[in-house]
Design a protein around this ligand. Structure first.
Ligand code: DGL
Length: 276
């Protein structure tokens, strides 16, 4: 039996991956998580493909060496819909990506008019065309790309008030077009679920977090790494690292969520040469 509980690396451009973190810890409370928020480069949804690809490979390889996770979760749709094949060839650790739950929308939509709410980069990806063709071919899918909502989710976790008029404007196309099911294709957006629900109470807002938690459990079992309970001396702590500064409010929230070690401003991360 492995001496320590499994440890996983969760990566996003900011706080969005915390929506995935919550679901994973709900299902697997004993595993250790290192959460990395690359907030120095936020928002990923407005960056070039090359920039995102290099950044995500760089960070993953850095922590492959320094944290040695059993599993990596790219808790970011913008990165996952672009970088998974290259990332898998660049590392030896199993990688789980988070991609929009278009399959679920195709299964449950009654009106056959569905929406995708994601970052400007994600809504343009070829990968989205492929998902729609495979799982929601008979649906009319309206795509809305929003970086304002990424900023809003960041602001919410830093204790700032939300501009509900702006949020309403972002989702207006869905409200006006008889859309009954909207896929939250950015991990930041489930953090605004309460507000979205109040503005669009008749819409089914779908996210991928529970499916990802199940996938993590499945892969840990497949690697024979899932054999809880562990003696308390062998459990892992949860840590969070951010590439730029974070607010005191976010720091407190992270502690409440269960992170016992939090570091920000980790610019030195990029002194590491992933090709060395
Ligand atoms: N949370 C990320 C996603 O799922 C990206 C947000 C951003 O940095 O633009 O796509």
């Amino acid at each position: 039996m492995k001496k320590h509980a499994p440890r996983i690396l969760l990566l996003d451009s900011g706080v969005g991956g915390l929506s995935i973190y919550k679901s994973i810890k709900h299902l697997l409370p004993h595993i250790g998580v290192l959460y990395v928020g690359d907030n120095d480069a936020l928002p990923y949804g407005e960056k070039s493909d090359d920039f995102i690809l290099n950044r995500v490979i760089h960070i993953t390889r850095h922590y492959e060496l320094h944290y040695q996770p059993d599993l990596v979760v790219i808790a970011c749709n913008t990165a996952s819909t672009l970088a998974l094949p290259d990332l898998r060839s660049a590392t030896t650790i199993p990688i789980i990506g988070v991609v929009p739950a278009i399959k679920v929308a195709g299964e449950i939509s009654r009106s056959r008019r569905i929406g995708l709410l994601a970052t400007p980069a994600t809504v343009e990806r070829l990968y989205i065309d492929e998902l729609q063709a495979s799982f929601a071919d008979d649906c009319n899918m309206l795509r809305v790309g929003s970086s304002h909502m990424v900023e809003m989710a960041e602001a919410k976790l830093s204790g700032d008030n939300l501009d509900m008029d702006l949020l309403k404007r972002e989702i207006e196309p869905f409200l006006k077009n008889d859309i009954d099911t909207v896929v939250l294709g950015c991990t930041h957006f489930p953090l605004l679920h309460e507000e979205l629900q109040s503005l669009g109470p008749n819409i089914h807002w779908i996210d991928s977090s529970t499916a990802i938690a199940n996938r993590v459990q499945h892969l840990l079992k497949a690697q024979s790494l899932f054999c809880a309970p562990y003696p308390s001396s062998h459990t892992e702590i949860d840590s969070a690292e951010f590439t730029a500064e974070i607010s005191d409010t976010l720091n407190k929230k992270l502690q409440q969520l269960g992170f016992s070690k939090i570091q920000d401003n980790r610019k030195e991360l990029f002194n590491f040469n992933p090709n060395a």
